[in-house]
Design a protein around this ligand. Sequence first.
Ligand SMILES: [Zn+2]
Ligand SMILES: [Zn+2]
Length: 87
Amino acid sequence: MSEPEIYCPLCTWRPVGSSRWLCSPRMGGCGTQWNTFWTGGICPGCSYRWEITVCLACKQFSLHEDWYHWPEGQAKGRERRLETEQP
Ligand SMILES: [Zn+2]
Ligand SMILES: [Zn+2]
């Protein structure tokens, strides 16, 4: 299993399929609403990559990548495998 769990790093709220985020016009966005975890934080309207994601539960911003919680012992992103055999 290499699927990360996705939840708020501050309050552990988990987004669901019907959750929607706004590409905020107040922050220079285009107003599109979508589920940001389907696109890795990239707005489908203007292709802007949001590096921060607001929690719909606690209303706090966190880095988008901080929402991804990989299983213990697994490195973030690409797994580095060392092929060293020691006696
Ligand atoms: Zn939260
Ligand atoms: Zn946008």
